[in-house]
Design a protein around this ligand. Structure first.
Ligand SMILES: [Zn+2]
Length: 247
């Protein structure tokens, strides 16, 4: 990658990041503040959400109410729906079919259905959706009319399936996707107006190390190459998308 200026990330967001787990957090937060880059901080349970949201008090960093599909249980569901009406940012939630047990999958579907329903009747919520091994069911479940913003995080379905996704749904892409043959095909097939940045950091590795939100710069470089425009123009397109997605 050529040396790109971090200011290309100004006004942009990392739409899916586990920021509280990122290494050298103080330094990264300083840098984010300096360049005015935002982050949607994912949590995996409502309890984690309650703890983590106290960590960040910055108008560009939003802690999201989450319940990871593999750790759904009755207590967490109850707390989740108690908190939901007062939360604008939601994630991560979704479907994870790495679990084979049918009743667990059904529970994930029922939970997601209820979140989508309850989110749709209130204010404009922004939801980051996980769909490992469950792209088809996910695409079918989000064919609803939804008031807020839905973002497919690290979508791994086919190009054909992606074409069935409602036009107002976004795809957030990360540094692992720009290294994968299938994801590259998907990214190329999508209209630039559908894309948002994410890093899913820190667990996604890039250049043999853990990632942080600033690694989103590599995605700008990648898009500039495939769209044959300048990194600056990519940044502008993503800025427009970001503003729209955040409502
Ligand atoms: Zn994640």
């Amino acid at each position: 990658m050529k040396h790109l200026n971090l200011n290309l990330l100004t006004g942009l967001y990392d739409f899916h990041c586990h920021l509280h787990k990122v290494e050298n957090l103080t330094k990264i937060l300083e840098k984010l503040h300096q360049i005015s880059m935002g982050v949607l901080v994912m949590t995996e349970s409502p309890l984690e959400y309650q703890t983590i949201k106290k960590l960040f008090n910055n108008h560009l960093i939003h802690t999201c109410l989450g319940l990871f599909p593999l750790s759904i249980n009755r207590d967490k569901i109850e707390l989740f729906f108690k908190l939901l009406p007062n939360c604008k940012y939601i994630g991560e939630i979704g479907l994870d079919y790495s679990v084979v047990c049918n009743s667990k999958r059904k529970l994930q579907v029922a939970f997601l259905e209820r979140v989508l329903y309850e989110s749709s009747i209130s204010t404009n919520k922004i939801i980051s959706l996980h769909s490992r091994g469950a792209s088809l069911d996910m695409v079918n479940m989000i064919k609803i009319k939804f008031n807020g913003t839905l973002i497919l995080h690290w979508f791994s379905g086919s190009v054909t399936l992606a074409k069935q996704v409602n036009e107002n749904v976004y795809f957030s892409i990360n540094t692992a996707m720009i290294k994968s043959k299938n994801s590259k095909k998907l990214i190329k097939s999508l209209n630039p107006s559908r894309l948002l940045l994410e890093t899913d950091s820190p667990s996604v590795l890039y250049k043999m190390r853990q990632t942080n939100p600033l690694d989103a710069l590599a995605i700008i470089d990648y898009l500039a190459n495939i769209w044959r425009i300048s990194p600056n123009e990519v940044s502008l397109i993503l800025k427009t998308n970001t503003k729209k997605a955040l409502g």
